[in-house]
Design a protein around this ligand. Structure first.
Ligand SMILES: [Fe+2]
Length: 369
């Protein structure tokens, strides 16, 4: 196994062994003093470990007096608590005969600190391990930074979740506000949203885009808040000026939500759900691939739900009539593949994809009539 600085582990261990194994106590002290990080040497004895040497950096870092520690067992009162943590690692180093590097949190006389410790076994000529050289880095600042980053990330996740809940609640309230102004389209945006998401699921569209489609469909007619209610519920045919005013809801919706930080897909669904593939729609006359897939889906869900609903000027259509109407369109206005999926979903012919019971109960009995 490769060690630090490109020296393999076996060579590191044998180098340390050559330097440390037969060193006098003073040589040990001199050696560890040369190390640029807190360093120490411990020896295995019959029933534990004793401290043999440490450098001044170790003394400063741990707050433990070297003179007190030298030659003392690890279970002395000063070290008893720490010993319970570190001795198992010493034993692993001895039995594995491998260099061990690990992070540990120790309560020292100078406070709680995090250490990244490396233990190097020092093999005796007979192959046994009776001495370990250790060095440690105080990683408390790094650990604190990581901990703060983890907390910050958790806080951000919680904030994002709260913002998402707030956005969903606000969108739902806006959708309901639009629907309560017009009894003929009560529930329309919620139903278009549910059908759009069911189509998106059936088409294998990813979760993030589906959420944009759900929100956009819930808000697609939000511009109707700017249209007089008397016009929305007016029976009979509308004169051109009235029709133009109603059609303005797409642009009004885009203006109303323009200052909200809504995703681009949601804004496009609001502004473009009355566009048509052949360019005959409004407000911009977009055509073909200038109309993105999420908008195409809501376009189809919108007309399917509208045809299945009573309006001031006509009764709802049956599902067969809706199917005939979409077939007659033959891809000029609506995406035929999406229309086919929408009809299959509404009919319950898409295995694994079903609309919510609320949608089916409200639409199917009337559609079948
Ligand atoms: Fe609309």
């Amino acid at each position: 196994m490769a060690g630090q600085g490109g020296i393999d582990e076996e060579r590191r261990s044998s180098t340390v062994a050559r330097l440390l194994l037969d060193a006098s106590d003073q040589d040990l002290v001199d050696f560890v003093e040369l190390v640029a990080t807190p360093a120490f040497v411990i020896d295995a004895v019959a029933d534990g470990f004793v401290f043999r040497a440490s450098n001044s950096l170790h003394e400063q870092a741990t707050g433990m007096d070297r003179a007190t520690m030298m030659g003392r067992r690890m279970d002395m009162p000063l070290m008893a608590d720490i010993s319970a943590q570190v001795v198992p690692n010493y034993r692993i180093c001895m039995t594995s005969r491998q260099i061990q590097t690990y992070d540990e949190c120790l309560t020292m006389p100078n406070g709680v600190r995090w250490w990244r410790t490396t233990l190097i076994p020092v093999p005796s000529p007979d192959g046994s391990i009776r001495r370990i050289f250790g060095s440690a880095l105080d990683i408390t600042p790094l650990h604190d930074l990581e901990e703060r980053a983890r907390r910050l990330s958790a806080d951000q996740d919680a904030l994002q979740a709260r913002l998402t809940r707030t956005l969903r609640t606000a969108v739902d309230a806006l959708a309901t506000a639009v629907e309560t102004r017009d009894p003929y389209t009560a529930g329309h945006q919620h139903q278009v949203s549910e059908l759009s998401v069911a189509i998106a699921v059936a088409l294998g569209i990813d979760q993030e885009t589906r959420e944009m489609i759900r929100l956009g469909a819930l808000l697609h007619d939000v511009g109707k808040l700017g249209i007089p209610t008397s016009l929305l519920v007016k029976p009979g045919r509308l004169i051109d000026e009235e029709l133009a005013l109603i059609r303005a809801h797409a642009r009004i919706g885009a203006d109303m939500t323009g200052n909200l930080d809504l995703p681009q897909t949601v804004r496009l669904i609001i502004s473009s759900h009355h566009e048509r593939l052949d360019g005959s729609g409004y407000p911009c006359g977009l055509a073909g691939c200038d109309i993105p897939l999420p908008v195409r889906i809501v376009m189809v869900a919108d007309v399917v739900d509208a045809m299945l609903t009573d309006r001031p000027y006509r009764r709802h259509l049956t599902l067969s009539a809706v199917e005939a109407e979409l077939a007659r369109n033959d891809g000029r206005c609506y995406d035929q593949d999406i229309a086919a999926v929408a009809l299959a979903v509404v009919r319950g012919d898409m295995p694994g994809f079903t609309l919510p019971d609320s949608w089916m109960l409200q639409r199917i009995p009337r559609a079948m009539a």
